[in-house]
Design a protein around this ligand. Structure first.
Ligand SMILES: NC(=O)c1ccc[n+]([C@@H]2O[C@H](COP(=O)([O-])OP(=O)(O)OC[C@H]3O[C@@H](n4cnc5c(N)ncnc54)[C@H](O)[C@@H]3O)[C@@H](O)[C@H]2O)c1
Length: 436
């Protein structure tokens, strides 16, 4: 297949699409292409995940199992662990994890592993797109040579681009199909084909001059978020000293109709993106002798929040003549954000561990996380019943899941430390709720 044959197959949606990595990013993307009429195969190394997907079981809040079942039945979507399906794919999109090593350096091994599998089955006329968030120049410095090593001529018989995924799991308004795509190809032909591909499923594709620009655009988006969350978190520390409600101040500032975007404090940052991605950028710049100051400061402030939450909780108990050692703390929510069951990098886990280390009796409720592992031992979720709420010394709201009954919580719990402003606006007796 040459580039015009590939373009035709993309436009008439007969191109066979393979998506490597069927996680929070890869699965909704696969489903969107399948809905658009493409035949899609999701390739993943996790046998259990593939089995569940083949049985039509979705694990992401952005996809109903019924929708997945329908696509599997129609033969539009299948999941497999068998990489040989790549031999028949016209388009391959890579959505594998890009975590940090313990040293906080990028762990790019998943991208290399996926790229190597694709390149081993490379055939002329293939379009390959990397979506995993990564440091600038990954596409051209790391991925491209793997394909060139197999004899691929980029822009002629092989097309390579970077297009960052921007999904926000559980966002009720913006799903994959609603979010514009940024696309940067290694050559103009690569950009054109990748843009044509995404144009089939999203309303707007924004072309940039290189993969490096697209990689940096994604990093800048996440650094922006990370830095602004850090600013809100530090602002919360200042507001506490000044004796005012952080939320009231930020809400007031947010009435300005231009030049301001509200961010609110929280117990810390979590998930696979915000705590991780900025460090990909600072790592890359460090190789060039440059220390990125904003990223380092934001990281320091955000990572100090779990300890701060423990401090606020300790002080609130102290004011009630209770000490943390022996106190019963009932945490609400351990997922890293509202509406998801994802606990990757969740600050809640660190907070629970710190509380327990100081002698607190810790329990938790989370409708989406049935159990967690603390210090190597499993801890099971319990129901936030009236009895449980009333029998605790402190309810600690760590994730503002919509399922929790906040009115009941503030009525029954003797003390609430609310790190998410979930109880904002509910009338409560003075001093019962401590917010960040
Ligand atoms: N989760 C988000 O909200 C989000 C948003 C935007 C971008 N991203 C980025 O997208 C990428 C993927 O994130 P995610 O949240 O979907 O991760 P995830 O962990 O949910 O999913 C990744 C999947 O890839 C599979 N996998 C790992 N190595 C593989 C390999 N060599 N071959 C095939 N499958 C493999 C894993 O089994 C897993 O199912 C990351 O770079 C992340 O930074 C994530």
């Amino acid at each position: 297949m040459n580039d015009s044959a590939l373009a035709t197959s993309i436009q008439n949606r007969t191109a066979r699409v393979a998506i490597i990595g069927q996680g929070y990013v890869g699965l909704p993307l696969a489903v969107e292409f399948a809905r658009a009429g493409f035949s899609v195969v999701g390739v993943d190394t996790d046998l259990d995940r593939v089995g569940a997907l083949q049985a039509g079981q979705s694990y992401t809040p952005d996809l109903e199992s019924e929708d997945l079942i329908a696509l599997v039945r129609q033969g539009r979507y299948e999941a497999t662990t068998d990489f040989s399906v790549l031999e028949r794919a016209d388009v391959v999109i890579i959505c594998v994890p890009t975590p940090l090593r313990k040293s906080k350096d990028p762990d790019i091994s998943f991208v290399v592993a996926a790229g190597t599998e694709v390149a081993a089955r490379y055939h002329p006329g293939q379009l390959v797109v990397l979506e995993s968030t990564t440091y600038p120049e990954t596409t051209e410095e790391l991925l491209l040579p793997i394909f060139q090593g197999r004899g691929a001529k980029v822009g002629e018989d092989f097309f390579l681009a970077f297009s960052p995924e921007r999904i926000d799991p559980a966002n009720p308004i913006f799903k994959v199909k609603d979010i514009p795509k940024v696309v940067g190809g290694v050559t103009p032909a690569c950009t054109r084909l990748a843009a044509m591909l995404y144009g089939q499923i999203v309303p707007r594709v924004y072309e940039v001059s290189s993969p490096k620009v697209a990689e940096l655009a994604k990093l800048y988006e996440n650094v922006f978020r990370n830095v602004n969350i850090a600013l809100a978190n530090e602002f919360a520390l200042m507001c506490r000293r000044l004796g005012v409600s952080t939320k009231e101040v930020i809400d007031a500032a947010a009435t300005k109709p231009f030049g301001f975007m509200p961010f609110y404090p929280g117990p810390g940052i979590g998930g696979h993106c915000i705590p991780v991605d900025p460090l990909y950028l600072s790592w890359k710049l460090r190789l060039d002798g440059y220390e990125s100051r904003f990223i380092a400061l934001a990281d320091e402030i955000n990572r100090a929040m779990p300890a701060y939450v423990v401090e606020v909780t300790t002080e609130a108990l102290n004011q009630r003549r209770r000490c943390l050692n022996g106190a019963r703390i009932f945490a609400l929510g351990v997922a890293y954000k509202r509406g998801v069951g994802d606990i990757r990098e969740s600050p809640a886990l660190e907070i629970l561990k710190r509380l327990r280390d100081k002698g607190a009796e810790v329990s938790y409720a989370d409708p989406r996380v049935p159990s967690v592992v603390l210090d190597g031992a499993p801890l099971k979720a319990t129901e936030p019943t009236s009895e449980a709420l009333a029998a605790t010394d402190c309810v600690l709201i760590l994730t503002d899941h919509p399922e929790f009954n906040y009115r009941q919580i503030v009525e029954l719990a003797p003390l609430v430390v609310d790190t998410r402003n979930a109880t904002w606006g509910i009338p409560v007796p003075q001093g019962r709720v401590i917010a960040l």
